[in-house]
Design a binder for this molecule. Structure first.
Ligand SMILES: [Fe+2]
Length: 126
């Protein structure tokens, strides 16, 4: 089982440690309410405020969106599509919810492992 990192594990650290956690943390951006059986849009951004490197030897490889233990969708990132400078990569997921959601995003940095967002609850109504 891989270790799973999140911003809150580092929140009491120094500014350097917090910046390290910030640039690795996926953030879920979406409405907190959705309509059942209608397309629902969720954006995931890597980094709260700090940009992550996008170098050949240090970059993000994928972003996943989960609803509890169910994988909703996954985006594989082609590093060269995002330039060679630090960047806050964003991916958008559009799917059809049937029941209320408890979303979590996971993102994988090839040097610093698997990072988890905070959970976001979305109420789904008719
Ligand atoms: Fe990293």
């Amino acid at each position: 089982m891989p270790r799973l990192f999140s911003y809150n594990q580092f929140a009491s650290g120094s500014d350097v440690v917090k910046a390290y956690a910030d640039k690795h943390s996926p953030v879920i951006i979406c409405d907190k309410q959705a309509k059942r059986d209608k397309p629902f849009r969720v954006k995931v951004r890597i980094g709260r405020n700090v940009m992550h490197p996008n170098a050949p030897d240090h970059h993000y490889e994928y972003i996943q969106l989960w609803n509890l233990e169910t994988l909703v969708s996954e985006v594989r990132l082609q590093r060269s599509s995002f330039g060679d400078q630090p960047v806050q990569i964003e991916a958008e997921f559009i799917f059809i919810p049937k029941v209320s959601l408890h979303l979590t995003a996971l993102a994988y940095c090839n040097q610093h492992g698997l990072w988890m967002s905070e959970e976001v609850d979305v109420q789904v109504t008719d």
